[in-house]
Design a protein around this ligand. Structure first.
Ligand code: CAA
Length: 244
C-alpha cells in the first residue's frame, strides 16, 4: 500500500485517512492477502505528518474527529490479523511516524528522517505517538524525541530499536518484499495468533502483568524442576532438569 500524495510529502489529509481506513478494512478481510507493506510515494517521504494546512482550520471538535480517524487507521494496522511492514522511504514525521509505529515492523531507507516534531507547532502528538513510541523505545528516548521535536537519522533510529533495519534506498522495497515473502511461507494462522499475543503485551498494564508474573512464579513451585534446582544449588552440584 502506498501513501500517495507526493506533492505534499504524503501528508495525511482527512481525505487520505478516510481512503486508508476503507482500504485497510478491505485488506484485513481479504484472506488471500497475508502480509501488508506500507510505504510512501516518491523518494522523499513516507509521510511528513498530519496535514498542517488542514489542521490550521480545525476547531477542537473537528480536531477530535480528525485525531480519532488517525487513531482508527493506526488501530487497523495494529490489529489486523496479518503482519504489516512499514517501509520508511524518507521523511517520516508526526502522524507519519505514528502510523509507522502502529505497524509491526519498520524497515528504513538510509535517507529516512524520523521524528515527532509536533511541539514545534505548539501541539503534542495526536495519532498515538505518546503511547506507541514510549512503549517501543522507552520513556526517556520517547521524551527526548517528542520534547526536542528534532528528527533523527535511520542509523540512530535503528540503534534505539525504533526501526528494525536500515537499507540502501534502492533496496528498501525489495528488502520489505523479501521479509514479506518469508512471512508468507509461515502458517497464516500462526502469524495471526503470534501477532495477537504480541499485541496483548501492549494492552496489559503493569499491575496486571506483575500479578500474572507472581502466578507463573508460584506455579513453578509445584514442579520437580524447582525442587531439583534449589536442592542442586545447596548440594553444590549441577541440576538435572526433567522439564516437569
Ligand atoms: N502538512 C501539509 N503539507 C506539508 C506537510 C504537512 N505535514 N509537510 C510538507 N508539506 C508540503 C509543504 O507545504 C510543501 O508544499 P508546497 O510545495 O505547496 O509549499 C511540500 O509539502 C514540500 O514541503 P517543503 O517545501 O516544506 O519541503 P522541504 O524539503 O523544504 O522540507 C520538511 C521538508 C522538513 C519535511 C518540511 O516539509 C516539514 O517540516 N514538514 C512538516 C513536518 C511536521 O511538522 N510534521 C508534523 C505535523 S503535525 C502532526 O503530525 C500531528 C499528529 O501527531 C497527528
Amino acid at each position: 500500500m502506498t501513501l500517495d500524495r507526493p506533492e505534499a510529502l504524503n501528508a495525511l489529509s482527512s481525505e487520505m485517512l478516510h481512503e486508508l481506513r476503507e482500504v485497510l478494512q478491505e485488506v484485513a478481510r481479504r484472506e488471500d492477502l497475508q502480509v501488508v507493506i506500507l510505504t510512501g510515494a516518491g523518494d522523499r517521504a513516507f509521510a511528513a505528518g498530519a496535514d498542517i494546512q488542514e489542521m490550521g482550520k480545525l476547531g477542537p471538535l473537528e480536531t477530535e474527529r480528525y485525531a480519532t480517524l488517525g487513531h482508527e487507521v493506526a488501530r487497523l494496522l495494529e490489529r489486523m490479523g496479518k503482519p504489516v511492514i512499514a517501509a520508511l522511504n524518507g521523511y517520516t514525521l508526526g502522524g507519519g511516524t505514528e502510523l509507522a509505529l502502529a505497524c509491526d515492523i519498520r524497515l528504513a531507507s538510509e535517507t529516512a528522517q524520523i521524528g515527532q516534531p509536533e511541539v514545534k507547532l505548539g501541539i503534542p502528538p495526536g495519532f498515538g505517538g505518546s503511547q506507541r513510541l514510549t512503549r517501543l523505545v522507552g520513556r526517556g528516548r520517547a521524551s527526548e524525541l517528542i520534547f526536542l521535536g528534532e528528527p533523527i537519522g535511520a542509523a540512530d533510529a535503528e540503534r534505539m530499536g525504533l526501526v528494525n533495519r536500515v537499507v540502501a534506498p534502492e533496496r528498501l522495497l525489495d528488502e520489505a518484499k523479501a521479509w514479506a515473502r518469508q512471512m508468507q511461507e509461515r502458517g497464516p494462522l500462526a502469524l495471526k495468533l503470534a501477532k495477537a499475543a504480541i499485541h496483548q503485551t501492549q494492552e496489559t498494564g503493569l499491575s496486571a502483568g506483575l500479578d500474572y508474573e507472581i502466578k507463573l512464579f508460584s506455579l513453578a513451585f509445584a514442579t520437580d524442576d524447582r525442587e531439583e534446582g534449589l536442592r542442586a544449588f545447596l548440594e553444590k552440584r549441577k541440576p538435572e532438569f526433567k522439564g516437569g
